[in-house]
Ligand binder design. Structure first.
Ligand code: F6R
Length: 267
């Protein structure tokens, strides 16, 4: 695991977008694992601008989202399919047939989850998986006590996640679903590379547990310590509770891979 601390949320999101762009240039038919949520909005805005001004090409890439609410139609403005269409897919040259999210309206959820796993396997697995983190430590919707070997399944959300995410439902917070289909922790760990992005002071406590605490099913994101190619990118606020900040900065300043990203801390 590598931890990179950027000055603010714009700089952290820009760095994630640059790493996604690097992946797409190296392998135009990459399989990307995508996340939704407030944190990712800036990453997608940055990718859209790279597409518009720099010709970043999405035409061959395939995408699999981490999760989708159970019980929302894809056309529902609160569904993750809707979020992805609005924030990224409609704004770049991606072929919508190459974009995948679990179907939250499936009548047989178990079969839908198995199908999702087999779709990911059929394209050779995920090259680069983007992750946000919830205040419960969830990645995807793997709430506390999710097995560290779990696969795609439908999961009961915690009261904390329901309360945090229901604020996105405007004047209809009661419409916030109680369940979601999510890739499992094991599914996420199978990705060849993983980038976790966390920003803002509300994520500082859980980020310190995920990165510097023990690997535990109580904090699903701590399982990323087991991943051989995981980058954690935070802004100063989300990194505020780390103990080993000086060491993370030293590695960033010295690793040749990060040479193009050094210099302006806002970049
Ligand atoms: C969403 C997802 C979640 C979010 C997490 C953080 O697809 O998988 O794990 O990444 O809940 O959400 P925000 O960014 O809204 O704080």
């Amino acid at each position: 695991m590598e931890v990179i601390i950027r000055q603010d949320e714009e700089a952290a999101a820009r760095m994630v977008a640059r790493l996604v762009a690097r992946q797409l240039r190296l392998k135009p038919d990459s399989v990307l694992g995508l996340a939704t949520g407030r944190t990712m909005e800036r990453v997608y805005a940055e990718l859209v601008s790279m597409h518009r001004s720099g010709g970043l090409d999405f035409s061959l890439c395939r995408t699999f989202n981490l999760d989708e609410y159970v019980g929302l139609e894809p056309s529902d403005s609160h569904s993750y399919r809707y979020y992805m269409n609005e924030n990224l897919f409609k704004r770049v040259n991606i072929d919508l047939r190459n974009t995948h999210l679990p179907h939250g309206m499936a009548t047989d959820l178990k079969a839908e989850c198995a199908h999702y796993e087999s779709l990911i396997a059929s394209v050779g697995g995920i090259d680069l998986q983007l992750l946000g983190i919830g205040e419960t430590g969830h990645i995807g919707f793997n709430e506390p006590l999710s097995s560290l070997r779990s696969r795609t399944r439908d999961k009961c959300l915690t009261p904390s996640t329901i309360s945090v995410n229901s604020t996105l439902f405007g004047d209809e917070p009661h419409r916030m679903p109680r369940r979601a289909i999510t890739m499992g922790v094991g599914t996420i760990l199978d990705a060849r590379e993983v980038i976790l992005l966390a920003t803002g002071p509300r994520k500082a406590g859980i980020m310190a547990k995920a990165v510097e605490g023990p690997v535990t099913a109580m904090v699903s994101a701590s399982a990323l310590q087991l991943h051989p190619a995981c980058k954690v990118i935070v802004d100063e606020a989300a990194g505020a509770d780390f103990k080993e900040t000086d060491y993370y900065r030293w590695v960033f300043e010295n690793e040749p891979e990060w040479e193009p990203y050094r210099g302006n801390p806002q970049d």
